[in-house]
Design a protein around this ligand. Structure first.
Ligand SMILES: [Zn+2]
Length: 388
């Protein structure tokens, strides 16, 4: 069975086998991340946080964050405060981080309830306790899921990560180290900005195609070495010096990554996008890069230069039914948003591109409308939502 990766940079239909079963959603709560069984949710209430099957009317796992350093004594104190009997506490490690586990029982309405505690030190230096309550007569499957969930718990770490695999085919140069460093910084910055629901590795790799793509099946973004080489070649063939071609390729590849990250935001958060998904990806890439100092807008402009060069290629033709807008249109969409964000800075460029005043007026309006729309869509997914 084949699945279609819909989110390619190019108009290439990337049919590939599904790589693997979708990994479980990873949810972060109180500085701890856990793999959620299907159909379970985290409910934050006044009294605390509960993790339970959506349809389950009762307690499954409670999360308690204690603003103290994690110790064996602290866990013993908490269990004692909750009147837990037959307490056994042990210390251990998980993924190099200290943990404390405790077991015991409580009696509720004459029924014995098993209590299992897993305590981890979160990044804030506080102790986060996951407390599982299971009655003897409860479904054994629920007991198993509770145990699995406790086993999956770890200190919350980055979701968006960079993995660079060097090209293995001779003749492919691939991305240089200075681009890897730029991408690494970008990936780190975006991870601290967005609360992604699960791990989303960014793989710089040899793909077998000249492209970059987000794969919603295995939740990865691939940036292909072949695309770097091809982009340098394209700029050189357009008459640019080696240095200029490499400089523009740097920016183009940054824009490309942001375009794929735009697809990933839509896919991972399930954002309701109307209109062309490819235009939406260009849009969010340009808007985000517009806020990234001087180099961000420069990368968006490099992306526009790339589309412009592609459009001018001998024999280039536009496919009217393609899911991507025409290259010339993509140039205008990117530059129009930049102009909308700063008319003084990009006015001359738009004149050179021969964009008429009526369209320029619209660019200003469009930029504001789209910024507001993306702000609205993404705000709930920011690590620090503005409207919390
Ligand atoms: Zn795309």
């Amino acid at each position: 069975m084949k699945k279609i990766i819909v989110c390619c940079l190019f108009a290439i239909l990337c049919a590939r086998p599904a790589l693997a079963e979708a990994p479980p959603a990873v949810v972060e709560t109180h500085g701890i991340e856990i793999e959620m069984p299907r159909g379970w949710t985290v409910v934050d209430e006044k009294g605390g946080t509960t993790i339970a099957p959506t349809k389950y009317k009762g307690r499954a796992i409670e999360v308690v964050e204690v603003p103290k350093a994690l110790t064996k004594d602290l866990v013993a104190e908490v269990l004692e405060g909750a009147h837990v009997d037959d307490v056994v506490i042990k210390e251990g490690q998980r993924a190099g981080a200290p943990l404390v586990v405790g077991t015991g029982t409580i009696t509720v309405k004459a029924k014995k309830v098993d209590v299992d505690v897993l305590a981890l030190a979160n990044a804030a230096g506080h102790a986060t306790l996951l407390v599982s309550f299971i009655r003897g007569d409860q479904d054994p499957a629920l007991r198993d899921l509770n145990a699995k969930l406790l086993l999956s718990a770890r200190v919350a770490g980055p979701k968006l990560t960079l993995a660079v695999e060097k090209p293995h085919t001779s003749g492919i140069s691939g991305v240089p180290e200075d681009y890897e460093q730029v991408l690494g910084k970008l990936v780190g910055g975006l991870d601290s900005w967005f609360r992604l629901p699960r791990s989303l590795p960014v793989r710089v790799r040899e793909c077998g195609v000249v492209n970059a793509f987000y794969n919603p099946s295995d939740h990865t973004i691939s940036v292909c070495h072949e695309l770097w080489d091809d982009t340098v070649k394209l700029f050189k063939s357009a008459g640019m010096t080696d240095a200029k071609a490499v400089e523009l390729t740097h920016g183009t590849m940054t824009f490309t990554f942001m375009h794929e990250f735009g697809h990933a935001l839509v896919g991972e958060f399930g954002l309701p996008i109307t209109g062309k998904g490819e235009d939406a990806a260009d849009e969010i890439a340009t808007i985000v890069l517009g806020f990234a100092g001087d180099k961000g807008p420069q990368a968006a402009l490099s992306g526009a230069a790339w589309f412009q060069t592609m459009a001018a290629k001998p024999g280039a033709h536009n496919v009217f039914y393609d899911e991507h807008s025409f290259n010339d249109q993509r140039v205008v969409s990117i530059t129009c948003l930049l102009y909308g964000s700063n008319q003084a800075r990009y006015g001359k460029m738009m004149t050179e591109l021969k964009i008429p005043p009526k369209r320029l007026e619209r660019c200003v309006f469009d930029y504001r409308a789209r910024l507001e729309a993306w702000d609205h869509l993404l705000d709930p997914h920011l690590r620090k939502p503005k409207k919390a």
